[in-house]
Design a protein around this ligand. Structure first.
Ligand code: AKB
Length: 316
């Protein structure tokens, strides 16, 4: 019987992934952990532990206490916030990962999921239909930590046989828990502001194309790669997953179809340079081939759900 630990369960991905895993594996078999208190739905539906991912001994204690066999290690500082505090962010992103890698090795865990990001790519990377293997020269703290992390998970896999699995998330859009401190967060904020004020001031410029994905597709991809046969997985670093590619102007037009009085203006900030160093679209043929990656949502379908669900939150 698998026993799963989700570290970072209160974050944008963790808050949805934990509940989905509990549906599949049983509430008591999925232990949720975070440095802060998680929402009621997580704390009341199964075990919850306050854990600082940097305290490896405490993480190991939780792993032993519950007989954990698989870890999803999600705790990280995203691109925008990491630029504000480079060294503490590097510590959180790297030390946390190295700690769980060593726990997985020592306690012989069955599997470890760790998310990488499109931030591993940089200015010299081909920007359109970015291949799985290409030049990677990230120039952000977050991107450098993700690329280093990819090398470490591949190392633990080859050297110690730890079954590490990973995807390079594009920007993720969701309504349950707001993202925090990322460059792609405009694509979440825009729906909140549309519902609250019918207006949005975007921190990226109008035609900034980035790879993006709606959360249900991202959760499915995450669980699918963790359940794939190990011998089918040819990539030991992290798999490209593409989803859609759109720019702020595309989201504006998609919202305007349903909310004709919606308006937007643009005030690009420091995150514009980060976005400009990332791919515009991603080639994920290898993921489709190795573990049958597929998606359900396009921009308009996602807009319909986002507007409906965000409106519910604000009783609009
Ligand atoms: C960010 O914008 O920092 C993240 C990411 C693309 O990994 N959403």
């Amino acid at each position: 019987m698998d026993k799963i630990l989700v570290i970072g369960c209160a974050g944008q991905i963790g808050s949805e992934l934990t509940l989905e895993l509990r549906k599949m594996y049983g509430d008591s078999n999925v232990v949720a952990a975070d440095i802060r208190q998680a929402g009621e739905d997580i704390c009341q539906s199964g075990p919850f532990e306050i854990v600082n991912a940097l305290e490896t001994d405490k993480v190991a204690e939780v792993v032993k206490k519950y007989g954990i066999t698989q870890i999803y290690h999600l705790a990280a500082i995203l691109s925008g916030n990491a630029e504000k505090k480079p060294l503490p962010s590097w510590d959180i992103n790297m030390k946390g990962l190295l700690g769980v890698l060593d726990i997985a090795r020592e306690l012989k865990l069955k599997r470890l999921f760790w998310p990488s990001s499109i931030a591993v790519f940089g200015p010299s990377t081909p920007t359109k239909n970015t291949p799985q293997q290409c030049v990677m020269d990230p120039n952000t703290v977050y991107g450098i930590s993700k690329l280093a992390g990819e090398r470490w998970i591949a190392y633990y896999n080859k050297r110690y046989g730890v079954d590490t699995r990973s995807v390079r998330y594009p920007g993720l859009i969701s309504y349950k828990t707001e993202a925090g401190g990322g460059t792609t967060d405009y694509a979440v904020e825009i729906y909140y502001e549309a519902i609250k004020n019918h207006h949005y001031t975007c921190f990226l410029s109008e035609k900034t194309y980035l790879p993006m994905m709606f959360m249900p597709d991202a959760i499915k991809a995450t669980i699918d790669i963790m359940q794939a046969d190990a011998d089918k997985l040819t990539v030991k670093e992290s798999y490209n997953i593409g989803g859609m590619s759109f720019c702020p102007d595309d989201v504006f037009k998609s919202i305007k179809k349903q909310m004709p009085d919606f308006t937007i203006d643009y005030e690009p900030d420091f995150r514009q340079a980060i976005a400009d160093s990332w791919p515009q679209s991603i080639n994920d043929d290898q993921s489709k081939k190795d573990w049958n990656l597929s998606y359900v949502y396009d921009l308009d379908k996602m807009t319909e759900v986002m507007l409906k669900e965000v409106a519910k939150k604000f009783n609009k």
